[in-house]
Design a protein around this ligand. Structure first.
Ligand code: DER
Length: 235
């Protein structure tokens, strides 16, 4: 089984919890893509009816449009029945790191408005503690004085050996701009940052920070697809 097979298996399992008439949060990333495809397929087959999708990125908006999934937004649907989305890291308490695809702000807005939030991952995403993968923990910041903000973020986590890097793309290393016109500062840690709630509050307290990629106490369940099969972790 390839990693993408595992992502697809987890995604299809999550879509079993979608019922006709639901308002759905549609996630972003290579795993959530399979869930959105599957929802489109079931709608097309008439096995699902009266679904409204709230996309968590322009990319997912385009994908859902091409699948004929009726779309809306949080203004019209402030309560979402179920969201299905991927994650970059999952700790043993079902806390998440998300946003390596750059969509963390709209994902967090949609997923915090949900009655249920099912996370779909392949087993490579499981970590002992957030930041433990050594990969990026994203923070969305406004463009004004981003370097000043990045340095304040780095200093916040100095004793965890934090390095803060502006996210860029392409040969010319252009700054990545989110769907919301902001920059992303990626934080890398050598060690655990300790109390996650305190870390979250400290980050959000910095003027210039829009949102961060830690999704604490938000997941209702995490579906993990591994070589040995599927496991469902419930909050
Ligand atoms: O960027 C995001 O928030 C994505 O949902 C990410 O967390 C998971 O992306 P993947 O399914 O492509 O690994």
């Amino acid at each position: 089984l390839t990693q993408d097979d595992l992502k697809k298996i987890a995604a299809y399992k999550a879509v079993e919890y979608v019922e006709s008439g639901m308002v759905l949060g549609l996630g972003t990333g290579s795993t959530a893509k399979h869930a959105v495809d599957r929802i489109g397929e079931l709608l097309h087959q008439g096995k699902l009816k009266d679904i409204v999708g709230i996309p968590t990125s322009k990319k997912t908006h385009e994908q859902a449009l091409s699948l004929g999934i009726p779309l809306s937004d949080l203004n019209s649907h402030p309560v979402v029945d179920l969201a299905i989305d991927g994650a970059d890291e999952v700790d043993p308490f079902l806390n998440l790191v998300k946003g390596r695809g750059g969509s963390l702000l709209r994902e967090k807005m949609v997923e915090s408005a949900c009655k249920k939030f099912i996370v779909i991952v392949d087993e490579s995403k499981l970590v002992k503690y957030l930041g433990g993968s050594g990969l990026a923990m994203p923070v969305e910041v406004i463009q004004f004085s981003w370097r000043f903000t990045a340095e304040r973020l780095r200093r916040l986590f100095e004793d965890a050996g934090c390095v803060a890097k502006l996210r860029t793309f392409g040969e010319k290393e252009e700054p990545f701009v989110t769907d919301n016109g902001n920059f992303i500062v990626d934080l890398y840690f050598d060690r655990s940052i300790g109390d996650l709630k305190a870390a979250s509050e400290a980050i959000l307290h910095l003027a210039g920070v829009v949102e961060h990629g830690m999704f604490l106490d938000m997941a209702t369940a995490v579906i993990v697809a591994g070589e040995l099969g599927l496991t469902m972790k419930i909050k």
